[in-house]
Write a protein that binds this ligand. Structure first.
Ligand code: B12
Length: 445
């Protein structure tokens, strides 16, 4: 039996400076909850520290007293600095412990992650089989998915079928730490839940380093069991973290029907965004009855030419229809837009701003496009990056010296972002929609 500690670093200043922190609610990480459940089922002693929710004040003392044999770190590109600091501290205090990292950043840049940290190993891709093998004492070179100094095994063994996974180990988290830090009136704590992994689309700004280009579903029965389990654990809502919940629309509808049959046990959201293609009015109505309160859509651009260029596989007409259908079903709608896509012009930026203002959206976010490691965009802009990624990046705006946009100046991009927000939120129509929702008691987020 190994003693394993799994750590998610804090957010640092990612959401600083733009008021975005007000709109972000932290949930326990479903990745560590699932990895922990797998280890626990096999008889290992697992602990989880989520430093995003509960900063650990005496890290040194806690690491010494826990003295784990294996420490697993999860992080995304924006947590790089925090993660690196923790790895160095753990290495200093516990020279014998096996330090392992996984997640989308480490999976995208495994060799570089090893070279710039005190980690022993990186796990590329889905982590469940590999982490269990390492905890069981298997030699790292023999474990698929493991990359070490001077060796890289074959790709990680996929988890198939997903229903074989144990339910997330929520009991390892202090749910009291996940009550709202924000002004947003969501029902917290909220559980991040997966009903599927992966996505078949090939958008150039998205990394496939973890799940590849495939779609792997949980069965509706197993997914609904995870909802009931989350409710029993004390969660008051859930958020779907799927890349593409509606890839198989019949399955998505079956999930909604099963939730309805169980009395729609928890209100839920899909803040990561669903696709505007392959959905219909019937789906949105079912989702609403099943407890869906908020759906986000990855809309990206108001220019069909840009949508084609980024491999989105969706059109502005489909976006209009789907957003309107969700809104008509009574669901709060959020649109995510990207400014500064490759080939972007002043005209296409304006098309996006106008398009957003004409949609039935409650909320819109306008991000300046980031070329993140592991994405085709990152590869395409190689000659334009001053560094692979920006360790100090915040969620609002990339630093000007990180990369050189091929088509537009920073002044134009930042000005478009300011104008987009002013236009979207400055419309009387937006205020009317908000007021109407609030009066009907349906304002969610
Ligand atoms: C939900 C989500 C969010 C939520 C997070 C909610 C939360 N409480 O965590 C919100 C909306 C806040 C968010 C924000 C952002 N996100 Co996001 N998000 C996701 C999403 C859709 C799901 C994450 C998830 O839970 N997946 C399910 C779990 C099971 O998968 P997983 O975390 O990858 O874990 C598996 C493996 O990676 C591995 N693993 C993970 N950790 C570890 C650790 C060890 C030790 C081991 C062995 C294995 C291992 O095993 C796990 C199980 O198989 C992913 C896409 C995706 N489907 O994963 C994007 C994704 C993580 N996000 C991404 C991005 C870009 C962002 C933003 C930067 C967007 C922006 N411009 O602001 C911000 C960053 C915020 C931040 N500070 O980290 C990218 C990250 C790319 C990168 N290089 O890091 C992803 C991968 C999307 C993509 N495909 O491009 N996001």
């Amino acid at each position: 039996m190994a003693r394993v500690l799994l750590i998610r670093p804090g957010l640092g200043r990612y959401y600083s400076g733009v008021g975005a922190g007000l709109a972000v609610t932290t949930s326990p990480p479903v990745n560590l909850a699932t990895l922990a459940a797998v280890l626990d089922r096999a008889g290992h002693a697992v602990r989880v520290w989520d430093l995003e929710a509960s900063p650990q004040h005496d890290l040194v003392g806690a690491l010494r007293s826990e003295a784990p044999d294996l420490i697993g770190f999860t992080f995304r590109t924006p947590q790089w600095e925090q993660a690196r600091g923790l790895m160095a501290l753990a290495r200093n205090l516990l020279p014998e412990a096996l330090l392992v990292a996984g997640g989308p950043h480490a999976s995208s840049l495994p060799e570089q992650t090893l070279a710039q940290t005190s980690l022993d190993l990186v796990v590329r891709g889905e982590g469940e089989h590999a982490l269990l093998a390492l905890a069981d004492g298997e030699g790292p070179r023999r474990v698929p998915g493991v990359v070490g100094r001077g060796f890289a095994g074959p790709p990680a063994q996929r988890v198939e079928p997903l229903d074989d996974l144990p339910l997330p180990a929520w009991s390892l988290f202090d749910l009291g730490a996940y009550t709202p830090r924000s002004v947003v009136a969501r029902q917290t704590p909220t559980a991040d839940l997966e009903s599927s992994r992966g996505c078949l689309a090939q958008c150039i700004y998205c990394t496939k380093a973890v799940f590849g280009r495939r779609f792997e579903p949980f069965s509706p029965e197993r997914f609904v069991a995870s909802v009931l389990h989350a409710k029993d654990a004390g969660f008051r809502s859930f958020n779907l973290v799927d890349d593409s919940f509606t890839t198989d629309l019949a399955r998505a509808k079956a999930i909604c029907e099963l939730l309805i049959a169980h009395g729609s046990p928890l209100p839920w959201t899909a803040t990561n965004g669903i696709r505007v293609t392959g959905v219909d009015t019937d789906f949105f109505r079912l989702a609403e009855r099943a407890g869906c309160r908020l759906l986000a859509f990855g809309l990206e651009s108001g220019s069909d030419e840009r949508l084609r260029a980024i491999g989105k596989g969706a059109t502005t007409a489909q976006a209009r229809r789907s957003v309107a259908a969700a809104q008509a079903a009574g669901i709060t709608t959020v649109g995510y837009f990207m400014l500064g896509l490759p080939g972007e012009t002043v005209q296409s930026l304006q098309a996006t701003i106008d398009f957003a203002a004409g949609l039935a959206l409650d909320w819109a976010k306008f991000a300046i496009t980031l070329p993140l490691p592991g994405t085709p965009l990152w590869a395409a802009w190689q000659g334009r990056l001053s560094r692979d990624f920006d360790p100090g990046m915040t969620g609002h705006r990339p630093p000007r010296d990180w990369f050189d946009h091929p088509d537009l100046s920073w002044e134009i991009l930042e000005d478009a972002q300011r104008r987009a927000y002013r236009r979207f939120y400055g419309r009387p129509a937006w205020l009317r929609r908000r007021l109407a929702r609030t009066l009907r008691g349906r304002a969610y987020l």
